[in-house]
Design a protein. Structure first.
Length: 329
């Protein structure tokens, strides 16, 4: 990386006199070209089937960075751009959401769900979610907005629930002689601070937040899966299910593979062949070599996510991360 930056700086210094002299226009940042379509199979077919990945941590915050050195937009913005492009292409007859995520923030998961519902209503295009390794918590919340939910035979599905991670440092502070001198306008202004012990009142307030967001999760699943809350509640204690268990409990509609799902859509829509496509950012948008390296992604694994959450403070999440919960105790 140091060699690459050194080479770029030399090019910059070499071209600067020419730019200042009016000989050329210098623009080191890549121009915004929008999403580009890539054909995966069935090239030349009349009807298109769009594959849309929903993977990793579901968030709605930008990851800062220089555009060609790892900066990327959030999950919500990516999906909005994808649906906007698809809505202007009359050849797109169906959308398959490739879901592989343990969830994410409450608001981002709800916004993804809303975008899926809105796209379906406005375009009339069928949307099917296909779960890969995992479709848990916020990822499942978003998936119920699709017309059907499919899962691979080895998928893990569910984890209906809400969690707020919180750590306390008061014991450590006492051991090392650190004193908290924070000043607040009211006793609950610092609620959840790692520098303060959690009171029973604090805990009740947090529990009230979790209960309300949990109720919204239940209502969303109940409405879209056409299940009564009395049937759903015993299943929604945060646990995950195998694909066969989820099918039996009516949390998903079918178990199968991508080619089986595509054949299902062909029969459903009376289409002989699909041109299967994906939308991708231009090569330079995701990183210097066309992809984002792990080092530039603070949410690429549970340890980085744990660090991010500790900096954020107590944040409600639709997220299944048993390993993360253990790392924060």
């Amino acid at each position: 990386m140091k060699r690459i930056l050194l080479a770029l700086s030399r090019v910059f210094l070499w071209m600067m006199p020419l730019a200042l002299g009016g000989c050329i226009t210098l623009n080191l940042l890549p121009a915004e070209k929008g999403l580009q379509e890539e054909i995966l199979s069935g090239e030349g077919a009349k009807d298109k089937l769009l594959l849309v990945p929903i993977d990793g941590f579901i968030g709605d915050q930008n990851q800062k960075g220089i555009p060609f050195l790892g900066g990327r937009v959030d999950s919500v913005t990516e999906l909005r751009k994808t649906f906007m492009k698809a809505s202007h292409d009359p050849r797109v007859r169906g959308v398959v959401l490739l879901v592989d995520s343990a969830g994410g923030s409450v608001t981002a998961s709800d916004r993804i769900y809303h975008l899926i519902r809105l796209f379906k209503q406005k375009s009339g295009t069928p949307v099917i979610a296909l779960v890969g390794d995992m479709g848990a918590s916020g990822a499942y919340y978003a998936s119920v907005g699709a017309d059907e939910i499919w899962a691979h035979p080895t998928s893990v599905v569910g984890s209906i629930g809400v969690v707020i991670f919180n750590v306390g440092l008061t014991g450590l502070m006492q051991k090392i002689g650190v004193e908290d001198r924070s000043i607040a306008s009211g006793p609950e202004k610092e609620m959840g601070s790692p520098l303060k012990p959690m009171t029973e009142k604090d805990r009740k307030i947090f529990q009230s937040l979790v209960d309300d967001l949990y109720r919204q999760f239940l209502d969303t699943v109940s409405k879209n899966r056409q299940m009564s809350t009395s049937t759903l509640e015993p299943l929604a204690d945060g646990r995950v299910y195998t694909a066969r268990e989820a099918l039996k409990l009516h949390l998903i509609d079918r178990i199968g593979y991508r080619d089986q799902l595509i054949d299902h859509l062909k029969r459903l829509m009376h289409v002989e062949e699909f041109e299967v496509v994906e939308y991708r950012e231009p090569a330079l948008a995701g990183g210097l070599f066309g992809s984002q390296s792990e080092a530039t992604d603070p949410l690429s694994d549970s340890s980085r996510l744990a660090g991010a959450l500790k900096r954020l403070g107590p944040t409600p999440l639709y997220l299944w991360t048993p390993g993360l919960a253990g790392s924060m105790k």
